[in-house]
Design a protein around this ligand. Structure first.
Ligand code: ADP
Length: 429
């Protein structure tokens, strides 16, 4: 038989397609609905979909789901033959390639099922990596269907069905596979939404617990200092020497500032998540702003014994929200101090292609490559709270502020070698 790729687009309201569903198939689909609706557990739902496919329609199946960034991620692989199943799991190593035509990505893009009644060598060589081809050959798969998974009017993934049988898949099989995909799409989407909601609640609870702890620490210190001062004033006899009083009040002031920053962070998160972050723009002398902030960190830099070098070019003016840009720069500087491992830090302020540029490089603990991808997300923390305090929101707020100005913030880092954060802000707004 010739290789024949057919884009199948059957309208579900079309009675001719519905008629293709035999009574047995309707029974199977009704049972499938019951199974798929029985759990909201994400992993259990994926297992059910794969089981339903390999027990009723195909010898082998793959479930690929669409990520928010448009990439497709492999989430399940199953072979009906338990002896071959372990070997089949190697298909996880070959995620779908967006450049390959006539397979998974095409089914996702077009929203239409693709039927390959018989996979000839030539077609296989086009769609599979050479190692993947070996696996397909060893599994003896020769007929394929790529069926989009849809929910709420969008494609959320693709189901791959494959068969070892000498009788190839037909258009009737596609109809059945599409009907199953309709039910599976809704079940997987619901399970995914439920999981995301659960994860979000867990992250929020964790955040609330860390936030309360972070708020309590400076507050306890403030209360303690105030109690000592008050206690001393009330006892007429004992006086605290002025110098000691000054130190105590300075300490209280410092802790109050910490508290105010934390509350400010919490307020900013609520403004960002509710889309109410507004900018109060004015003319900003960028080099002066950075120098002012650095002056505020002088004491801390000295105390931690940091060697900070700066290269600040003058005459860079932007029209920005000064307070918010100050918050971003302060956050990057305080992170470099916090995570910089007391090794040299360099700061650069420059102008390039009508953009103001701020670069801060430390030689500290660095960030693993997987975490670099999440670093600007809300509540993302790559360090143990035992060693480093923080809420994991500074970079999230910074990114939102910079993007609200039409700019960008990026990170480059090597674990245990250091990190480089760069901010670009448009000079003309
Ligand atoms: P926080 O510092 O409060 O945790 P941030 O949003 O500022 O929150 O940073 C998020 C995470 O990014 C930190 O927990 C840390 O793992 C990592 N990080 C940020 N800046 C650096 C840096 N300069 N070096 C190494 N890791 C960093």
């Amino acid at each position: 038989m010739q290789t024949e790729s057919i884009m199948v687009n059957m309208n579900r309201k079309d009675t001719s397609a519905s008629r293709l569903l035999a009574k047995d198939n309707l029974l199977f689909l009704s049972e499938a609905s019951n199974i798929l609706n029985s759990s909201l557990d994400y992993n259990a739902t994926l297992v059910s979909v794969a089981d339903l496919i390999v027990s009723n329609i195909a010898d082998f199946c793959i479930i690929d789901l669409m990520e928010r960034n448009g990439h497709i991620r492999r989430v399940a692989v199953k072979d009906a033959d338990s002896h071959l199943n372990t070997f089949a799991q190697q298909m996880y190593n070959y995620p779908p390639n967006p450049k390959v035509k006539g397979a998974i990505y095409d089914a996702a893009r077009s929203g239409k099922a693709i039927l390959i009644p018989f996979a000839e060598e030539e077609w296989l060589k086009q769609v599979a990596y050479s190692e993947e081809l070996q696996i397909i050959r060893r599994l003896g798969l020769n007929s394929h269907m790529f069926v989009p998974l849809k929910s709420r009017g969008r494609v959320i993934g693709v189901l791959t069905f494959a068969s070892r049988s000498s009788a190839p898949f037909t258009k009737e099989d596609v109809v059945l596979a599409e009907e199953l995909a309709v039910r599976a799409g809704i079940a997987v989407d619901n399970a995914r939404l439920y999981k995301e909601a659960q994860d979000a609640v867990r992250a929020r609870d964790e955040f609330l617990s860390i936030a309360s702890h972070e708020l309590k620490t400076p507050l306890t210190s403030i209360l303690l200092q105030l109690q000592i001062v008050l206690g001393s004033i009330r006892k007429e006899s004992s006086e605290i020497p002025t110098k000691r009083l000054e130190t105590m009040l300075e300490n209280t002031e410092q802790q109050s500032k910490k508290l105010s920053k934390l509350i400010n962070d919490l307020l900013n998160i609520s403004l960002i998540t509710t889309g109410r972050l507004t900018l109060d723009k004015e003319k900003v002398n960028f080099p002066n702003l950075v120098k002012d902030i650095l002056r505020r960190y002088e004491e801390q830099i000295k105390k931690s014994n940091y060697d900070v070098t700066t290269e600040i070019r003058n005459n860079i003016f932007g029209c920005w929200d000064k307070v918010r840009i100050e918050q971003v720069i302060s956050n990057l500087i305080s992170n470099a101090i916090k995570y910089g491992d007391r090794k040299p830090i360099s700061i650069q302020v420059n102008k390039r292609n009508n953009q103001a540029l701020f670069i801060i490089k430390d030689n500290g603990i660095g960030i693993t490559s997987p975490f670099q991808k999440q670093i600007f997300e809300r509540f993302a923390r790559g360090v143990s709270p035992k060693h480093y305090r923080g809420l994991g929101v500074g970079l999230y707020i910074s990114k939102n502020i910079i993007e609200a100005h039409g700019g960008s913030i990026k990170v480059k880092s090597v674990l245990r070698k250091g990190s480089l954060f760069s901010v670009e802000l448009p000079l003309k707004n």
